[in-house]
Design a protein around this ligand. Structure first.
Ligand code: MTE
Ligand code: MO
Length: 322
């Protein structure tokens, strides 16, 4: 696939997927058949996220929102994960081949305790939290997703970054055998992302291992993916195999592909349009019933997390540093 194709797909509009409805009906029928033992199947509709009301403290921190969560089915069938294809429904079909266990993460660079660690060790002793975050894709659609996971800072601190660690770089697995999209040169594989160290240490920056109280499905970036809710969705890199503390701003996948359209910081900003479309509004994929429902709503600065994160960028020209 050419660069031009990749960019055209990037700008494509949401298409309703009739396939969902039939698949959902089939799954419901299968789930009602106990003999098939589908309990625990990653595709069955899970219980809703904890119904506990959002406390004032959680709302202030931005850890939860009382906006209607996007349905599990939409979160897990409408995806961007180019390693498995560029269509929205490709990852949910193709990512089943991704082996998520055993899984190791190599952590290195400017830190006192580098090492390649098994996922269990990376997370050992850290309490799982639920975060209900908005996710705003640069293409103009958004979701509300109840993640499970741990604060990124808690994981990073284990490796004792030193004073030269000005940025954190993340890398996704790139395995031709498991990832059919890798043979297309849409992105310069492996997919990479990065954060400034203070962004990475912010309490909202999160490493997700699950959603809706269940393990993360492959298409959503299992077994470990970054979630940075105040930035465009492409910063939230999936299926992470390496984390590096570095002194210089690291290369990132979409910035490398088209620097005039995708910056390093990529904070959600309705005042700065994408060169090819407006970022003033977004289609919020949420709602009940059995089809993908998208309401057009206003996009907010920092995706609604300005109160929590705007101070990270004081003194920066946010138009220039989109
Ligand atoms: N490795 C990798 N990570 C990725 C992507 C990708 O193609 N490959 N797509 C990004 C984009 S553009 C978005 S909007 C989000 C989508 O996450 P979701 O499919 O879980 O909603 O993942 C991001 N992380
Ligand atoms: Mo995206």
């Amino acid at each position: 696939m050419s660069l031009r194709d990749a960019l055209r797909i990037r700008g494509s509009e949401i298409t309703a997927e009739a396939v969902h409805r039939d698949r959902r009906r089939l799954l419901a029928a299968l789930a009602a058949t106990p003999a098939l033992g589908l309990a625990g199947c990653a595709d069955a509709e899970p219980p809703p996220p904890s119904a506990a009301p959002v406390s004032a403290a959680q709302a202030r921190a931005g850890f939860r929102t009382d906006e209607e969560p996007t349905r599990y089915e939409d979160i897990t069938t409408y995806n961007n994960f180019y390693e498995f294809g560029t269509g929205k429904s490709d990852p949910s079909r193709a990512a089943k081949t991704l082996r998520t266990s055993p899984w190791h993460v190599a952590v290195g660079g400017e830190c006192a305790k580098p090492g390649r660690v098994a996922l269990n060790d990376l997370l050992r002793g850290l309490a799982q939290e639920e975060r209900i975050y908005r996710l705003r894709c640069v293409e103009g659609w958004s979701m509300v997703i109840p993640w499970l996971g741990v604060p990124l800072a808690a994981v990073l601190r284990r490796f004792e970054p030193n004073a030269n660690a000005k940025f954190v770089a993340f890398t996704t697995l790139a395995d031709r055998e498991q990832m059919p999209g890798i043979r297309f040169r849409s992105i310069r594989w492996p997919y990479r992302e990065g954060l400034r160290i203070d962004e990475a240490m912010h309490p909202l920056a999160f490493l997700a291992t699950g959603l809706y109280g269940k393990p993360l499905p492959q298409q959503n970036g299992a077994p470990l993916r970054l979630v940075v809710p105040w930035k465009y969705g492409f910063k939230s890199i999936k299926s992470i195999v390496a984390i590096d503390f570095v002194e210089r701003m690291p290369p990132t996948a979409w910035n490398q592909l088209q620097p005039s359209e995708y910056g390093f910081f990529s904070n959600v900003n309705p005042e700065v349009n994408h060169p090819r479309w407006s970022q003033k509004t977004e289609r919020r994929i949420a709602g009940t019933g059995n089809k993908l429902i998208a309401n057009r709503i206003a996009t907010r600065p920092f995706n609604g997390y300005a109160e929590q994160v705007a101070s990270l960028y004081s003194g920066m020209d946010l138009r220039r540093w989109y």
